[in-house]
Ligand binder design. Structure first.
Ligand code: ADP
Ligand code: MG
Ligand code: MG
Ligand code: MG
Length: 400
């Protein structure tokens, strides 16, 4: 079974059965493929006798994009498993345990998190996750600090940068987030009803200038090891627990790209509340919860990152007066700019989010999409002048 090929259900069971010290001889393994099938296969394997279970994720050598196949390196399975293992060392409670990685088969076997729910789904259902801000700010502060030149030996970091060179997946981001939405590209996918707003965006030269600067940062800044795809569909939650999955886009890039992904996806749900809340009262209350989560995520990240800096920085210039404050301000500005790019790409680019796309009333969906473009554009245009996180909240509240 060793040469690469997409696994069948029976082969997935056979592989699971052969993992030492996991399922016993009397096991009765059941398997289901639960992935969305665009880039990867995800097998859920359970023993009906012991109720032990695992997840087996296998990369496919292509992505299905606009009816075509887009070749994609299988090396991303190695990157995903190594990024999960590294994150586990830095924040063991916030990622699944990796049991095994197989490079031939481009497959990772990991802890089954089926007792959690994908956060995007949970937010659409109107659930609240009171510990999420605390957990995700931990994840961001620890993974970003300890993989940066502040938190690890600078020569060791260069080796680590080599380990996480990820050109195929970076190109997807470069095209789908930082280029295609701003021109009339074939990959774009938007509601015909908002064509006027999309065409205005295509003609918006001051906006394109800011996007070009953010794109340059994504292309050139090896600031820290990023997750690279940290939207609410890559986060499993319960009221007590948060687990980050799916770091196949991991590479050394600008920290604000991961922080901005979290902010943008909370903001997209906030915008989607045009529809999801049952009453004005419920809408106001849920939006207040999302605003609190956004504020807490940034402020706890800021506090924790500074604390790690004060205690663990290895950079000889880390204690220079003023450096930390300017560094944090730059991070805030980057996070807000990248958040804006992500909000726009989810509205007119190839891949959308269910928070807005599954709104059943066409007029409400159109209103939400227009709001998303307004918010995304405003965030991008102001990002280099921002001095406080209030700017993000004000932009969101003023638009809605
Ligand atoms: P992709 O890279 O193809 O998006 P993901 O890693 O996001 O793959 O997994 C796709 C889906 O498979 C998830 O949304 C989730 O439903 C399920 N899944 C992935 N990993 C796990 C896990 N460790 N435990 C339970 N379900 C998982
Ligand atoms: Mg995913
Ligand atoms: Mg993925
Ligand atoms: Mg879609």
């Amino acid at each position: 079974m060793s040469a690469y090929h997409p696994l069948t259900l029976d082969e997935a069971i056979q592989i699971a059965q052969e993992i030492p010290n996991l399922f016993d001889e009397q096991s009765n393994l059941q398997v289901r493929e639960i992935g969305d099938g665009n880039l990867n296969l995800v097998f859920h394997i359970t023993d009906s006798n012991s109720s032990k279970s695992i997840i087996l994720k296998q990369a496919l050598p292509y992505a299905k994009v606009v009816g075509e196949s887009w070749p994609l390196s299988l090396d991303r399975a190695r990157i995903e498993s190594e990024a999960l293992i590294l994150a586990y060392q830095l924040c063991p409670t916030l990622v699944p345990t990796v049991y095994r990685y197989d490079s031939e088969l481009a497959m990772t076997i990991m802890e089954d998190l089926s007792d959690h729910i994908i956060m995007r789904k949970g937010l659409i259902e109107g659930n609240r996750y009171p510990l999420f801000a605390e957990h995700i700010s931990d994840f961001l502060a620890r993974t970003l600090f300890f993989t940066s030149d502040l938190g690890q030996n600078q020569q060791a970091k260069k080796e680590s940068v080599k380990q996480f060179i990820n050109p195929d997946l970076c190109k997807i981001t470069e095209d789908l987030i930082f280029a295609d939405p701003y021109v009339d590209a074939e990959t774009n996918n938007f509601n015909a009803a908002i064509r006027d707003a999309v065409e205005a965006l295509w003609a918006d030269q001051p906006l394109h200038l800011e996007v070009a600067l953010l794109r340059m940062k994504f292309l050139t800044s090896a600031q820290a090891l990023l997750h690279g795809d940290l939207h609410t569909g890559s986060i499993f939650v319960t009221e007590q627990s948060t687990k980050v999955i799916d770091p196949e886009f991991a590479y050394y890039g600008p920290m604000g790209f991961d922080i901005g992904a979290v902010l943008a996806n909370l903001a997209l749900n906030y915008i989607g509340q045009e529809h999801w809340s049952r009453s004005e009262e419920a809408r106001a209350s849920y939006r207040e919860y999302l605003i609190d989560t956004l504020r807490d995520t940034w402020s706890q990240f800021d506090t924790k990152f500074r604390a790690l800096w004060n205690e663990h920085a290895v950079d000889p210039l880390a204690k220079v007066p003023g450096y930390q404050d300017l560094y944090m301000q730059q991070l805030l500005q980057d996070s807000i700019g990248f958040a804006g790019c992500k909000i726009i790409r989810r509205t007119i680019g190839l891949a959308h989010v269910a928070d807005i796309d599954t709104i059943s009333d066409d007029r409400v969906r159109e209103r939400a999409e227009r709001l998303a473009l307004t918010v995304g554009r405003a965030l991008i245009l102001q990002h280099r002048q921002v001095t406080s996180f209030d700017a993000f909240i004000d932009t969101l509240e003023q638009a809605t």
